[in-house]
Design a protein around this ligand. Structure first.
Ligand SMILES: C[S@@+](CC[C@H](N)C(=O)[O-])C[C@H]1O[C@@H](n2cnc3c(N)ncnc32)[C@H](O)[C@@H]1O
Length: 267
Protein backbone atom coordinates (compact mmCIF):
# COMPACT_ATOMS: atom_id res chain seq x y z
CA UNK A 1 0.00 0.00 0.00
CA UNK A 2 1.21 3.43 -0.97
CA UNK A 3 1.70 5.38 2.28
CA UNK A 4 1.28 8.70 0.49
CA UNK A 5 -2.26 7.49 -0.31
CA UNK A 6 -2.89 7.22 3.45
CA UNK A 7 -1.63 10.76 3.98
CA UNK A 8 -3.68 12.04 1.06
CA UNK A 9 -6.84 10.27 2.16
CA UNK A 10 -6.62 11.14 5.88
CA UNK A 11 -5.17 14.60 5.22
CA UNK A 12 -8.25 15.46 3.17
CA UNK A 13 -10.73 14.15 5.77
CA UNK A 14 -8.85 14.86 9.03
CA UNK A 15 -11.52 17.15 10.52
CA UNK A 16 -14.24 14.48 10.07
CA UNK A 17 -12.28 12.17 12.40
CA UNK A 18 -12.20 14.75 15.20
CA UNK A 19 -16.01 14.60 15.42
CA UNK A 20 -16.76 11.08 14.12
CA UNK A 21 -18.95 9.34 16.73
CA UNK A 22 -17.32 5.95 16.11
CA UNK A 23 -13.87 7.38 16.80
CA UNK A 24 -14.67 10.00 19.47
CA UNK A 25 -17.24 8.01 21.45
CA UNK A 26 -16.85 4.38 20.37
CA UNK A 27 -17.32 1.84 23.18
CA UNK A 28 -13.79 0.48 22.69
CA UNK A 29 -12.26 3.70 24.08
CA UNK A 30 -13.61 3.27 27.62
CA UNK A 31 -13.26 -0.51 27.37
CA UNK A 32 -9.53 -0.25 26.54
CA UNK A 33 -8.92 1.99 29.57
CA UNK A 34 -10.95 -0.38 31.75
CA UNK A 35 -9.06 -3.48 30.58
CA UNK A 36 -5.56 -1.94 30.64
CA UNK A 37 -5.86 -0.32 34.11
CA UNK A 38 -3.20 2.33 33.34
CA UNK A 39 -0.88 3.56 36.12
CA UNK A 40 0.05 7.16 36.93
CA UNK A 41 3.80 6.74 36.22
CA UNK A 42 3.36 5.14 32.76
CA UNK A 43 4.86 6.47 29.53
CA UNK A 44 2.50 5.69 26.66
CA UNK A 45 2.72 5.61 22.86
CA UNK A 46 -0.46 5.78 20.79
CA UNK A 47 0.24 4.56 17.24
CA UNK A 48 -1.84 5.97 14.35
CA UNK A 49 -3.57 8.32 16.75
CA UNK A 50 -5.76 9.97 14.08
CA UNK A 51 -7.53 12.88 15.81
CA UNK A 52 -6.08 11.64 19.11
CA UNK A 53 -9.14 10.08 20.78
CA UNK A 54 -7.26 7.10 22.26
CA UNK A 55 -4.32 9.24 23.41
CA UNK A 56 -6.82 11.63 25.04
CA UNK A 57 -8.66 8.78 26.79
CA UNK A 58 -5.44 7.49 28.41
CA UNK A 59 -3.74 10.84 29.13
CA UNK A 60 -5.57 11.63 32.42
CA UNK A 61 -4.47 8.24 33.85
CA UNK A 62 -0.73 8.23 32.99
CA UNK A 63 2.45 10.37 33.14
CA UNK A 64 2.56 11.22 29.43
CA UNK A 65 1.42 10.10 25.98
CA UNK A 66 3.08 10.43 22.59
CA UNK A 67 0.31 10.63 19.99
CA UNK A 68 1.93 9.45 16.75
CA UNK A 69 0.66 9.22 13.19
CA UNK A 70 1.89 9.15 9.60
CA UNK A 71 -0.36 12.07 8.62
CA UNK A 72 0.62 15.59 9.76
CA UNK A 73 -2.93 16.91 9.31
CA UNK A 74 -4.26 14.27 11.72
CA UNK A 75 -1.61 15.26 14.26
CA UNK A 76 -2.78 18.87 13.97
CA UNK A 77 -6.32 17.70 14.81
CA UNK A 78 -5.00 15.71 17.79
CA UNK A 79 -3.04 18.70 19.13
CA UNK A 80 -6.09 20.94 18.67
CA UNK A 81 -8.38 18.52 20.53
CA UNK A 82 -5.87 18.13 23.40
CA UNK A 83 -5.62 21.94 23.74
CA UNK A 84 -9.42 22.30 23.64
CA UNK A 85 -9.72 19.76 26.47
CA UNK A 86 -6.89 21.37 28.48
CA UNK A 87 -4.81 18.16 28.36
CA UNK A 88 -1.12 19.04 28.61
CA UNK A 89 0.68 15.67 28.93
CA UNK A 90 0.30 14.75 25.23
CA UNK A 91 2.87 15.50 22.57
CA UNK A 92 2.52 14.60 18.91
CA UNK A 93 5.11 12.91 16.69
CA UNK A 94 5.09 11.94 13.05
CA UNK A 95 5.83 8.21 12.88
CA UNK A 96 5.28 5.26 10.58
CA UNK A 97 3.79 2.33 12.54
CA UNK A 98 6.15 -0.04 10.74
CA UNK A 99 9.34 1.90 11.64
CA UNK A 100 8.70 3.56 15.01
CA UNK A 101 11.32 6.28 15.63
CA UNK A 102 11.66 5.42 19.35
CA UNK A 103 14.28 3.58 21.40
CA UNK A 104 13.66 0.03 22.49
CA UNK A 105 12.00 -0.62 25.86
CA UNK A 106 10.84 3.00 26.14
CA UNK A 107 7.09 2.60 26.80
CA UNK A 108 4.94 0.99 29.51
CA UNK A 109 1.96 0.89 27.16
CA UNK A 110 1.49 1.01 23.39
CA UNK A 111 -2.05 1.54 22.11
CA UNK A 112 -3.39 1.33 18.56
CA UNK A 113 -7.08 1.68 17.78
CA UNK A 114 -9.00 1.37 14.48
CA UNK A 115 -5.85 1.75 12.37
CA UNK A 116 -3.79 -1.39 11.63
CA UNK A 117 -6.10 -2.23 8.72
CA UNK A 118 -4.27 0.61 6.92
CA UNK A 119 -0.79 -0.84 7.53
CA UNK A 120 0.66 -2.83 4.62
CA UNK A 121 2.86 -4.95 6.92
CA UNK A 122 1.11 -5.74 10.21
CA UNK A 123 3.72 -8.32 11.41
CA UNK A 124 6.41 -5.59 11.16
CA UNK A 125 4.16 -3.18 13.10
CA UNK A 126 3.64 -5.75 15.89
CA UNK A 127 7.37 -6.49 16.11
CA UNK A 128 7.99 -2.72 16.38
CA UNK A 129 5.47 -2.62 19.26
CA UNK A 130 7.33 -5.48 20.96
CA UNK A 131 10.65 -3.63 20.49
CA UNK A 132 9.55 -0.29 22.00
CA UNK A 133 7.71 -1.89 24.96
CA UNK A 134 9.47 -2.32 28.29
CA UNK A 135 9.56 -5.91 29.57
CA UNK A 136 6.23 -6.30 31.37
CA UNK A 137 4.73 -3.53 29.18
CA UNK A 138 1.24 -3.75 27.68
CA UNK A 139 -0.01 -3.67 24.09
CA UNK A 140 -3.65 -2.63 23.74
CA UNK A 141 -5.17 -3.12 20.30
CA UNK A 142 -8.61 -2.42 18.87
CA UNK A 143 -9.32 -2.86 15.19
CA UNK A 144 -12.04 -3.89 12.79
CA UNK A 145 -11.78 -7.54 11.83
CA UNK A 146 -12.73 -9.61 8.79
CA UNK A 147 -15.06 -12.61 9.17
CA UNK A 148 -13.45 -15.89 10.21
CA UNK A 149 -14.61 -19.09 11.90
CA UNK A 150 -14.24 -17.46 15.34
CA UNK A 151 -16.39 -14.39 14.58
CA UNK A 152 -18.79 -15.95 12.06
CA UNK A 153 -19.41 -19.63 12.87
CA UNK A 154 -21.54 -21.92 10.72
CA UNK A 155 -19.72 -21.51 7.38
CA UNK A 156 -17.08 -23.62 5.65
CA UNK A 157 -13.57 -22.14 5.12
CA UNK A 158 -14.10 -21.24 1.45
CA UNK A 159 -17.31 -19.31 2.26
CA UNK A 160 -15.47 -17.41 4.99
CA UNK A 161 -12.49 -16.71 2.73
CA UNK A 162 -14.78 -15.30 0.01
CA UNK A 163 -16.69 -13.23 2.58
CA UNK A 164 -13.41 -11.87 4.01
CA UNK A 165 -12.15 -10.95 0.52
CA UNK A 166 -15.40 -9.19 -0.37
CA UNK A 167 -15.54 -7.40 2.98
CA UNK A 168 -11.99 -6.06 2.49
CA UNK A 169 -12.80 -4.96 -1.05
CA UNK A 170 -15.88 -3.07 0.20
CA UNK A 171 -13.59 -1.27 2.65
CA UNK A 172 -11.11 -0.56 -0.14
CA UNK A 173 -13.78 0.88 -2.45
CA UNK A 174 -14.84 3.20 0.37
CA UNK A 175 -11.26 4.09 1.31
CA UNK A 176 -8.47 3.31 -1.18
CA UNK A 177 -5.92 3.53 1.67
CA UNK A 178 -7.48 0.46 3.32
CA UNK A 179 -5.00 -2.41 3.32
CA UNK A 180 -6.60 -5.41 5.07
CA UNK A 181 -8.56 -6.24 8.21
CA UNK A 182 -7.24 -9.43 9.83
CA UNK A 183 -9.43 -12.12 11.40
CA UNK A 184 -9.71 -12.54 15.18
CA UNK A 185 -7.69 -15.78 15.29
CA UNK A 186 -5.04 -14.42 12.92
CA UNK A 187 -4.54 -11.40 15.20
CA UNK A 188 -3.88 -13.40 18.33
CA UNK A 189 -1.53 -15.79 16.52
CA UNK A 190 0.43 -12.90 15.05
CA UNK A 191 0.79 -11.16 18.44
CA UNK A 192 2.00 -14.40 20.06
CA UNK A 193 4.43 -14.98 17.16
CA UNK A 194 5.96 -11.54 17.85
CA UNK A 195 6.80 -12.67 21.39
CA UNK A 196 3.94 -11.00 23.28
CA UNK A 197 1.46 -12.96 25.42
CA UNK A 198 -2.26 -12.42 24.79
CA UNK A 199 -3.94 -11.77 28.14
CA UNK A 200 -7.44 -10.97 26.94
CA UNK A 201 -9.46 -10.81 23.73
CA UNK A 202 -13.03 -9.92 22.94
CA UNK A 203 -15.19 -8.71 20.06
CA UNK A 204 -17.45 -5.65 20.18
CA UNK A 205 -20.13 -5.07 17.56
CA UNK A 206 -20.34 -1.51 16.20
CA UNK A 207 -23.62 -0.39 14.68
CA UNK A 208 -22.75 1.69 11.60
CA UNK A 209 -25.04 3.95 9.62
CA UNK A 210 -24.02 3.37 6.01
CA UNK A 211 -24.15 6.92 4.64
CA UNK A 212 -21.99 8.80 7.22
CA UNK A 213 -19.57 5.84 7.15
CA UNK A 214 -19.13 6.17 3.38
CA UNK A 215 -19.20 9.96 3.11
CA UNK A 216 -16.61 10.39 5.91
CA UNK A 217 -14.09 9.11 3.35
CA UNK A 218 -15.45 11.31 0.56
CA UNK A 219 -17.32 8.67 -1.51
CA UNK A 220 -19.34 10.17 -4.36
CA UNK A 221 -22.95 9.24 -5.18
CA UNK A 222 -21.97 6.49 -7.66
CA UNK A 223 -19.62 4.84 -5.15
CA UNK A 224 -22.31 5.08 -2.47
CA UNK A 225 -24.75 3.20 -4.73
CA UNK A 226 -22.14 0.58 -5.63
CA UNK A 227 -21.35 -0.06 -1.97
CA UNK A 228 -25.03 -0.12 -1.03
CA UNK A 229 -25.80 -2.83 -3.58
CA UNK A 230 -22.78 -4.94 -2.61
CA UNK A 231 -23.94 -4.84 1.02
CA UNK A 232 -27.53 -5.73 0.19
CA UNK A 233 -26.64 -8.50 -2.27
CA UNK A 234 -23.72 -10.03 -0.35
CA UNK A 235 -23.30 -13.78 0.19
CA UNK A 236 -24.95 -15.45 3.21
CA UNK A 237 -21.64 -15.52 5.07
CA UNK A 238 -21.00 -11.81 4.54
CA UNK A 239 -24.63 -10.97 5.44
CA UNK A 240 -24.21 -13.03 8.64
CA UNK A 241 -21.12 -10.96 9.44
CA UNK A 242 -22.29 -7.45 8.43
CA UNK A 243 -26.05 -7.85 9.14
CA UNK A 244 -27.19 -5.12 6.69
CA UNK A 245 -30.67 -3.79 7.57
CA UNK A 246 -32.88 -0.75 7.02
CA UNK A 247 -34.10 1.34 9.92
CA UNK A 248 -36.04 4.64 9.55
CA UNK A 249 -35.21 4.66 5.83
CA UNK A 250 -31.46 4.48 6.51
CA UNK A 251 -29.18 1.52 5.77
CA UNK A 252 -27.27 0.19 8.79
CA UNK A 253 -24.78 -2.64 9.21
CA UNK A 254 -22.57 -4.05 11.94
CA UNK A 255 -18.79 -4.02 12.05
CA UNK A 256 -16.92 -6.24 14.46
CA UNK A 257 -14.09 -4.67 16.44
CA UNK A 258 -11.51 -6.89 18.13
CA UNK A 259 -9.95 -5.79 21.40
CA UNK A 260 -6.77 -7.61 22.36
CA UNK A 261 -4.63 -6.92 25.41
CA UNK A 262 -1.14 -8.46 25.38
CA UNK A 263 1.95 -8.25 27.56
CA UNK A 264 5.68 -8.34 26.79
CA UNK A 265 7.15 -11.05 29.04
CA UNK A 266 9.68 -10.00 31.69
CA UNK A 267 12.90 -11.67 30.42
C1 LIG B 1 -9.13 5.84 11.67
S1 LIG B 1 -7.74 6.75 12.01
C2 LIG B 1 -7.26 6.28 13.65
C3 LIG B 1 -8.26 6.47 14.73
C4 LIG B 1 -7.68 6.70 16.10
N1 LIG B 1 -6.64 5.76 16.46
C5 LIG B 1 -8.78 6.73 17.15
O1 LIG B 1 -8.72 5.97 18.14
O2 LIG B 1 -9.74 7.52 16.98
C6 LIG B 1 -6.48 5.90 11.10
C7 LIG B 1 -5.13 6.61 11.18
O3 LIG B 1 -4.11 5.71 10.78
C8 LIG B 1 -3.06 6.50 10.26
N2 LIG B 1 -2.13 5.64 9.55
C9 LIG B 1 -2.36 4.88 8.45
N3 LIG B 1 -1.26 4.20 8.10
C10 LIG B 1 -0.30 4.50 9.01
C11 LIG B 1 1.05 4.08 9.22
N4 LIG B 1 1.66 3.23 8.38
N5 LIG B 1 1.71 4.58 10.29
C12 LIG B 1 1.12 5.46 11.13
N6 LIG B 1 -0.15 5.90 10.99
C13 LIG B 1 -0.85 5.42 9.95
C14 LIG B 1 -3.81 7.50 9.38
O4 LIG B 1 -3.01 8.63 9.08
C15 LIG B 1 -5.00 7.83 10.27
O5 LIG B 1 -4.77 8.97 11.05
Amino acid sequence: MNKSLVQEQFGAHAAAYATSTVHAKGASLARLVELVRPEKHWHVLDVATGAGHTALAFAPHVADVIASDLTEKMLEQAAKLAAAKGITNIETAQADAEALPFAEARFDLVTCRIAPHHFPDIPTFVSEVERVLKPGGTFALADNIEPDAESTPGFVPIQLRDAALLYNSVEKIRDPSHSRCLGMTEWSELIEDAGLRVLHKERTPKEMEFEPWATRMGCNAATLERLRSILLEASRALQAFLKPRTSNDALWFTLDEAIIIARKPVA
